[in-house]
Ligand binder design. Structure first.
Ligand SMILES: Nc1ncnc2c1ncn2[C@@H]1O[C@H](COP(=O)(O)OP(=O)(O)OP(=O)(O)O)[C@@H](O)[C@H]1O
Ligand SMILES: [Mg+2]
Length: 250
C-alpha cells in the first residue's frame, strides 16, 4: 500500500489527461503543451502540469519562474492565468536546479501529483524527453492519452518510432503525431529545414495516427516569458487541433 500513489490515482481518476511526449529532446513539447493548454482554457477550465522535474520550462514560458505555489495542508495551489491552472515543481523549490537520486524520482512525481489541487477535468501534462521514471510513474497513476512530438529529421523520427511502439504496446492512445518546426514560410514558399515530412507521414500511416505538421515561427522567441500574449501562426494552428479535441470538453 502506497498512500501517495493511491491518493494521486484518486485525484486523477475520471479526468482527461493528455501527455505531451517525445523520446527526443528539444522538439517543442513544453511550447506546444503550453499553447494547447492556453488555447483550451479559452473554452473552459484546464490544468497544465509540468512533470519535467529537472528541465521545467512551463513557468519560464509564462514568466512565472520566480513565483512560489501557495502550499498548505490542503495541498498545492496553482498559478492562475484566467481559466488556466499551472502546477510546476519549480513553484515549490524556486528557480534553482533539482538533482535527485533515481530512486526518489517516483515518489517526487507521485507526491506532486497527489498534492496538487487539480480541480479541472482536462489536464495537459508537459513531459520530460524520453521514456524514464516520470512517464512510468504517470502511467501508474492514470492512463493518459498522448500527443507525440517529433522533428521531421530522420534521427528524430527513428527515435520517436520506438516511443510510438511503446505507446501502442501499452494501449496508450496517441491522439496526435505532431511534426513541429517542419517548415518556415518564406513568402508563399515553404522551406523544410529538417527535410521532408514524408517519413513522418509514413509513420503516421503505419500507426494509424492523426498527423499535424506545424511551422517554425521565429517570432515565438520574443514571447518566451510571456507566451500568454502570443497570437501567432502556431497558436492558430493549435486552435485547429483544438477543434479536433472538442470531445475533451465533454
Ligand atoms: N514551432 C516552433 N517555432 C519556433 N520555435 C519553436 C517552435 N517550437 C519550439 N520552438 C523553440 O524550440 C526550443 C525548444 O522548445 P521546447 O523547450 O518547447 O522543447 P521541449 O521538447 O520541451 O524540450 P525538452 O526536451 O528540453 O523538454 C525553444 O526555444 C522553443 O521556443
Ligand atoms: Mg520541455
Amino acid at each position: 500500500m502506497n498512500p501517495m500513489l493511491e491518493f494521486a490515482r484518486k485525484k486523477f481518476s475520471g479526468k482527461k489527461v493528455l501527455a505531451v511526449l517525445s523520446s527526443k529532446g528539444g522538439v517543442g513539447k513544453s511550447t506546444l503543451a503550453s499553447l494547447l493548454a492556453l488555447s483550451l482554457s479559452e473554452m473552459g477550465s484546464v490544468a497544465l502540469l509540468d512533470l519535467d522535474i529537472y528541465g521545467n520550462s512551463v513557468t519560464k514560458l509564462f514568466g512565472m519562474q520566480n513565483k512560489l505555489h501557495k502550499v498548505s495542508k490542503e495541498g498545492i495551489e496553482p498559478f492562475k492565468l484566467k481559466k488556466l491552472s499551472i502546477f510546476s515543481i519549480n513553484g515549490l523549490i524556486g528557480d534553482r536546479y533539482l538533482i535527485l537520486p533515481g530512486s526518489q524520482e517516483r515518489s517526487v512525481v507521485e507526491s506532486f501529483m497527489a498534492l496538487s489541487n487539480v480541480e479541472e477535468d482536462t489536464v495537459i501534462i508537459d513531459m520530460p524527453p524520453g521514456m524514464g521514471e516520470e512517464l512510468l510513474t504517470l502511467t501508474r497513476i492514470v492512463k493518459p492519452e498522448a500527443i507525440v512530438v517529433t522533428l521531421a529529421s530522420k534521427l528524430s523520427i527513428d527515435v520517436v518510432r520506438k516511443m510510438l511502439e511503446y505507446l501502442k504496446e501499452s494501449s496508450i492512445r496517441t491522439r496526435y503525431f505532431i511534426v513541429n518546426m517542419a517548415y518556415i514560410l518564406s513568402g508563399d514558399r515553404k522551406i523544410y529545414p529538417f527535410g521532408s515530412v514524408e517519413e513522418a507521414e509514413n509513420l503516421s500511416k503505419l500507426y494509424n495516427l492523426k498527423l499535424k505538421v506545424l511551422p517554425m515561427d521565429p517570432e515565438i522567441s520574443k514571447f518566451i516569458g510571456q507566451l500568454q500574449y502570443y497570437d501567432g501562426i502556431l497558436k492558430k494552428e493549435i486552435k485547429e487541433l483544438e477543434c479536433l479535441f472538442s470531445d475533451l470538453k465533454k
